[in-house]
Design a protein around this ligand. Structure first.
Ligand SMILES: [Zn+2]
Length: 375
């Protein structure tokens, strides 16, 4: 069993230095995670993460921005906010004991043979995929010798297996080998990881929420890969002095006494937890009328996006936004608030042109649409 690593690098350093000075640090402090609701600003990033947590069909989020913009903190904070899941206690993939359609072959076989699968609760996991990961490490390895000699499939699970039903966090996804990014995005889209070697193949469930981060100064992702992340957000350092002071103030309070800091934010965290759970429940009932679908199509045409995926993602994001706000029907505001996340990485652009949305133009498109609709 691997023990989870300290969740905040800054804090880890603080603890290590303090220990070196002979101070006593309570172990439970290592496990404290910065509360999601205490993150200052970065609203688009928080929105992108929340929407994906509510609706896994949004196919992940790519967070683009410079270092030190709380990307990793936000992802870990989100995981801590999500409810524990029930898993088959001894399954390597953490299968859902109540859902045979997405089980691994072993759990399915046991269930079909009449076995009562052992259960346990597990926290939402964040699995890190390091830039140096090889394909074998990501997808797992099939032991071909055993397969040929004994006719048994022996599979050593990889990172995709660990990430099943959790969050897969890929820092610096732009520095990964293109082929590995392809494999990741395929699994994220299909919810299955299939490994094939010399005519032998093995599949297991790989349903995970994909969060990629990148610093665009270190190189771009190919447009084909960009397009396959459902949502994308560009984040920058905060320029408002008041907010910057608040960032510092809160991180000092957190470092000094994480227990107390967490207590102070518990009420907000509870509220958000409830809101996520309610939105998940409401989402299947959310309707979108034709006028909103036409608005989405008009935005995609006039803003100049590539392909059709943008329309689909905008629709899904707008529905999820409605659910997050406790509504059963998509309204214009939901569409408007989904545009940046769904379109920013799908805009047609010239080489070396920055990813951005022309908000004035967007406003004109939306106003023009409604003028036409209601003469
Ligand atoms: Zn299983």
């Amino acid at each position: 069993m691997t023990k989870s690593l300290p969740q905040n690098n800054g804090f880890m350093l603080f603890c290590v230095l303090s220990e070196a000075k002979g101070m006593v640090i309570k172990m439970n402090k290592f496990n404290r995670i910065y509360p999601f609701s205490a993150i200052v600003g970065q609203e688009e990033m928080k929105k992108g993460l929340l929407l994906n947590a509510i609706n896994p069909k949004l196919s992940g989020v790519l967070i683009r921005g410079e270092k030190g913009t709380a990307k990793s903190t936000a992802v870990r904070a989100l995981a801590a906010l999500l409810p524990d899941i029930e898993v088959v206690a001894d399954c390597l993939y953490g299968c859902d004991p109540d859902n045979i359609t997405v089980m691994c072959s072993s759990c399915r076989g046991r269930l079909e043979a009449g076995e009562n699968l052992p259960r346990k609760k597990r926290k939402m996991k964040v699995v890190d995929l390091p830039v140096s990961a090889t394909e074998d490490r990501v997808v797992g390895t099939l032991d071909i010798e055993q397969a040929i000699k004994k006719g048994e499939k022996h599979f050593e699970p990889g990172i995709l297996a660990q990430a099943n039903r959790g969050i897969l966090y890929v820092d610096e996804v732009n520095l990964l080998d293109d082929h590995i990014v392809d494999v990741l995005l395929d699994s994220a889209a299909m919810g299955v990881n299939t490994v094939e070697r010399e005519g032998v193949s093995f599949s297991h469930p790989a349903n995970f929420m994909l969060v990629g981060t990148m610093n665009p100064e270190e190189g771009e992702l190919r447009p084909q890969l960009l397009d396959r992340f459902g949502l994308c957000v560009n984040i920058t350092g905060i320029l408002d002095p008041l907010q910057r002071v608040e960032v510092v103030r809160r991180s000092v309070l957190f470092e000094e006494d994480p227990e107390n800091f967490a207590r102070q934010w518990e009420e907000e965290e509870k509220k958000l937890r409830k809101q996520i759970a309610a939105a998940k429940e409401l989402l299947p009932a959310v309707k979108i009328k034709d006028d909103m679908l036409f608005l989405i199509a008009q935005i995609a045409i006039d803003m100049g996006v590539d392909g059709h995926r943008a329309d689909l993602v905008m629709m899904k994001a707008a529905k999820t936004m409605a659910a997050l706000n406790g509504r059963e029907e998509v309204i214009e505001e939901d569409v408007r608030r989904s545009v940046d996340l769904a379109l920013i990485h799908r805009m047609r652009r010239k080489p070396f042109q920055e990813l951005s949305i022309d908000h004035e133009k967007l406003q004109d498109v939306i106003s023009g649409f409604f003028d036409k609709e209601c003469p």
